[in-house]
Design a protein around this ligand. Structure first.
Ligand SMILES: N[C@@H](CCC(=O)N[C@@H](CS)C(=O)NCC(=O)O)C(=O)O
Length: 209
């Protein structure tokens, strides 16, 4: 792994979770920081990287990876020594992939639908069924704790705790002790603290620019 990793990043966005993951992995990386308020993520140079104009995205050598779940899976596998991804053959590999995919295909779409007051429609056709069943399924897994895979901390926890953090901030989630405790547990790790400090500094620089 000697190719450069670049994270395309806007402070205080979904890319903050990837920044945290890179810190957890002790990965060498460089940041390509953009100011979302100035629309830099919607300007031609970045649209050439990700035509969606969305962050996070990473470049690793010639490969561009977009979409949070793909990025988490990619990076955690790239640094096996950090042990944040159960390897192939490990009984936890399946559950690990399950809860990664659950985030992108069920949880975030349901939260955003609810936020935007989109009517999800027919439970059979809707990819997350209905909000309450989806949410309770997740909460049942979370309450087993202390991490989503039980005792084993993984890249999943960086993804989910970061998401619960911003969703809570925007009041998109029911206020539950199990969520607060989990977020506090993951956010008290040195990597999360380092990433938050870096992010706050970048946000401050952008505000002053
Ligand atoms: N499907 C994307 C969603 C990424 C996303 O919505 N990112 C927001 C930041 S939190 C964004 O880039 N918004 C800026 C814009 O759309 O202009 C993923 O999972 O990574």
């Amino acid at each position: 792994m000697n190719q450069q990793i670049t994270l395309y990043h806007c402070p205080h966005t979904r890319s903050t979770g990837v920044l945290t993951l890179l810190e957890e992995l002790h990965a060498p990386y460089e940041l390509h920081v953009m100011n979302m308020k100035k629309g830099e993520n919607r300007a031609a140079p970045y649209l050439a990287v990700n035509p969606m104009g969305k962050v996070p995205a990473i470049r690793h050598g010639d490969a561009v990876v977009t979409e949070q779940v793909a990025i988490y899976l990619y990076l955690a596998d790239l640094f096996p020594e950090a042990k944040l991804a159960p390897p192939l053959g490990d009984p936890l590999r399946g559950p690990y992939l399950r809860w990664m995919a659950f985030y992108g295909s069920c949880f975030e779409p349901a939260i955003i639908d609810q936020w935007m007051q989109n009517k999800p429609g027919n439970k059979t056709a809707c990819h997350y069924g209905d909000f309450d069943t989806m949410f309770n399924t997740m909460m049942e897994q979370l309450s087993k704790g202390p991490y989503l895979l039980g005792e084993q901390f993984s890249a999943l926890d960086v993804l989910w705790a970061t998401a619960f953090g911003w969703m809570g901030y925007f009041n998109l989630l029911p206020k539950l002790q199990v969520i607060d405790d989990y977020v506090a547990r993951v956010n008290s790790r040195p990597a999360a603290i380092a990433a938050r400090e870096k992010d706050a500094q970048l946000a401050e620089e952008q505000a002053a620019a």
